[in-house]
Design a protein. Structure first.
Length: 79
């Protein structure tokens, strides 16, 4: 990632499966290669769904953490 480029942030808190993964996938499809995307959501299924989608679509999961009830994923568009 270029240091001058801030990551794209998606606030998907409150959305239920499958919406967090669909929004994340759409953001990755529209992003330029190498773009970092930070996804914040509260759907417990996202712990399984988002990493699976990232691997399936060939992108990178740079990290994942939990802050209270918020799940935070750091994604990067492949290419």
């Amino acid at each position: 990632m270029d240091e001058r480029t801030a990551p794209l942030r998606l606030d998907l808190r409150g959305l239920k499966c499958p919406l967090p993964v669909l929004h994340a996938r759409r953001a990755l499809e529209r992003a330029a290669p190498g773009t970092a995307i930070i996804v914040e959501c509260t759907d417990p299924m996202a712990v399984i769904d988002i990493p699976h989608m990232v691997r399936q679509d060939g992108h990178l999961l740079d990290g994942q953490e939990t802050a209270g009830d918020v799940l935070i994923f750091r994604l990067r568009k492949a290419g």
